[in-house]
Every structure is written in structure tokens, then in C-alpha cells.
Design a protein around this ligand. Structure first.
Ligand SMILES: O=C(O)CCC(=O)C(=O)O
Ligand SMILES: [Fe+2]
Length: 323
């Protein structure tokens, strides 16, 4: 196990560091149960509404999800993610706000590591996703399915946030819920790319939310990062990364969360973040699930009624580098 100085040295040199098996299987089991229950209720609801031909109740979680993602569209997966979309938002836009997910965002084991990078005043940035990716074959033929369950394009997380957050010391935290392998679509990074600034991103697809760095701007030292279940990748906001395709016959399941020092812009300030740890102002810590959930619901209503303040990011498809 690396000590704090070694972790920071590697992070500063490479732009990322992996802590293997930071979480034990018991730490992750509540999430597995939570999402298993969610999938079951979603399948039953959609079947009852006549939207799918069967609830596929006999299948294990991974196969059931794969079949359902083949049968459904982006709307289905929206019920799993823990944030709101780039596209239009109504008061009914689904998101998954459960006590289990809230506790995971604030897991003391995780925050102890985050503190080494971010310091003792820790804010949870609301750019946060769950990606449960089925075998590529299950979704490749379904153009209406969410990008969150497909291969991720090359990007830097700073490029996904707005300009106003460029100086924010945002840390990406990527957690493998099951083994991430080359076969099932683990992440790939360009070591050292965090030292070379922000690269051009090109909008691809609707609503400007999906971005891609042109392939000619990706260096040759691409490094895949297979990680055993429970491992955590801590990544600099300028590190270039992508994911491989899931060529296996089961799912690849991860969470990607972001943390930063309290008081800096999140780059998605229309969404609610919260203070997860604070020595300076312990009363500011949010430990109440109901308050967190209600803030997201109030945010959704506000956007549904008033629209979005500004564009999601700085990039334009008119850039010559995107031709
Ligand atoms: O898990 C993936 O495929 C992509 C994750 C990612 O882009 C991130 O963690 O910032
Ligand atoms: Fe990313």
C-alpha cells in the first residue's frame, strides 16, 4: 500500500494513481443490493406500462440489465444515474437519489483518501455518474440508449466542466464495483497528459454534452487501467482518458465521482453539491439524506420551470480542429 507521500508523488507525476481494493466487497454490497432492487422495480413498472415485452425476472442482474438496455431507450437508464442530463429537463426527469448512494458519496474510507488530495475542506461536486455497461453487443444496435452505458470517448474532465471551474482543484474518483478488465472495457489514460494543459474537445451528438478529443491529439503512450473490484482511481482533471469497449459477456460497473475544496466553482453550479467534510466549519457538513434529495428535486423543478442558465461547456463544433 502506498503512503500519502507516495500517492501524491505518483499523482503529480502521472496525473493519476490507483489504490487497489480500497473498498471491501462488504462496503459495496449495499450498492449492489440498491441497484438490484431498482432494476427489479423498473422492469416491473415498464412491463406493467406495456413498454417492454417481459420483466425478465428470471435473469440474474447482469443479464437482465443487458436485455433491458437492448429493449429500452435513454429514459430507462436515466433512472440509474445520480445526476440530471444535459438535454431537456422536466419535473419528471428521473434520477437515482437513494440513501445508499448518498452514504457512498460520503464514505469515510473514501473521504480519508480524498482528503490527501483535496485537503480537509471537502465538497462533493455534482458531476457524478454510475456506469453499468452491458456487453457492447447488447447496446451497439440500439441508437437510442444512453451514452453512459457505451464506450466513453477521449476527454479531460476539466473540458467537460465550464470555464469558470478551470482553476478549481477538482479530483475525479473512479470506483470499480466489479473487476474492470481490458476485456470488459476498463479505463485508459495518457500518463503525464495532465502537465500539458487543456486540449480541444469537439461536441459530438445532441445537446453539446458529449465531447471527444480528436484522435490526432492523443499521444502514443495510452495505458489501460485494469482494476480489481473495490479499487479506486484518483485522477487529475487534465488527464486524458477514455474507456475500452465491453467485449465480455457480463457488465462493467463503475461510479465516477468528483471532489474539490469547499468554495470553488463546480463547473455545473446549477446542480447541488454539498460539504462532505469540514474542520473549519463542521456545521456546514451535509449528512442528511432528505435534504440532499430535496435539493436535487428543487433543482429539477427550477430548471424545468426556468430553463438552464448557460451552455454546458465551452466547446463549439465550428472549431477547425473538429473538422
Ligand atoms: O467509466 C467510464 O467509461 C468513463 C469515466 C470517466 O470519464 C470519468 O471517470 O471521468
Ligand atoms: Fe471523464
Amino acid at each position: 500500500m502506498l503512503n500519502k507521500n507516495q500517492l501524491l508523488e505518483e499523482f503529480n507525476r502521472q496525473g493519476y494513481v490507483v489504490v487497489e481494493r480500497l473498498f471491501d466487497p462488504e462496503d459495496l454490497q449495499p450498492l449492489v443490493n440498491d441497484y438490484t432492487d431498482l432494476l427489479d422495480s423498473m422492469a416491473n413498472d415498464w412491463y406493467a406500462a406495456g413498454k417492454i415485452p417481459s420483466a425478465f425476472s428470471d435473469l440474474p442482474f447482469d443479464q437482465r440489465l443487458a436485455v433491458l438496455l437492448g429493449e429500452t431507450d435513454e429514459e430507462f437508464y436515466r433512472h440509474f444515474d445520480i445526476t440530471l442530463p444535459h438535454g431537456p429537463i422536466t419535473e419528471e426527469t428521473p434520477m437515482h437519489l437513494s440513501p445508499t448512494v448518498f452514504d457512498f458519496l460520503r464514505h469515510p474510507k473514501l473521504l480519508d483518501y480524498v482528503e490527501m488530495f483535496v485537503g480537509p475542506e471537502i465538497y462533493v461536486n455534482p458531476i457524478q455518474h454510475v456506469r453499468i455497461k452491458p456487453p457492447e453487443a447488447a447496446v451497439i444496435a440500439n441508437p437510442n440508449q444512453s451514452n453512459l452505458v457505451k464506450t466513453t470517448t477521449w476527454h479531460q474532465d476539466q473540458g467537460v466542466a465550464r470555464v469558470e471551474a478551470d482553476a478549481t482543484e477538482m479530483l475525479t474518483v473512479w470506483i470499480a464495483v466489479n473487476d474492470a478488465t481490458i476485456d470488459n472495457g476498463c479505463l485508459c489514460v495518457v500518463p503525464g497528459s495532465h502537465d500539458r494543459g487543456l486540449t480541444t474537445h469537439c461536441p459530438i451528438g445532441e445537446h453539446g454534452g458529449l465531447l471527444s478529443i480528436p484522435s490526432k491529439m492523443i499521444e502514443e503512450n495510452v495505458t489501460p487501467l485494469p482494476m480489481p473490484a473495490g479499487s479506486v482511481l484518483f485522477m487529475h482533471r487534465l488527464t486524458k482518458h477514455t474507456s475500452l469497449a465491453n467485449k465480455s459477456n457480463s457488465i462493467r460497473w463503475s461510479f465516477d465521482l468528483r471532489y474539490q475544496p469547499v468554495g470553488q466553482p463546480t463547473g455545473r453550479d446549477e446542480f447541488p453539491g454539498f460539504v462532505a467534510r469540514s474542520r473549519r466549519n463542521p456545521d456546514s457538513v451535509q449528512d442528511n439524506f432528505d435534504v440532499w434529495r430535496d435539493e436535487w428535486i428543487a433543482t429539477r423543478r427550477h430548471i424545468a420551470l426556468n430553463g438552464r442558465p448557460t451552455r454546458a461547456n465551452r466547446w463549439s463544433e465550428d472549431n477547425p480542429a473538429c473538422a
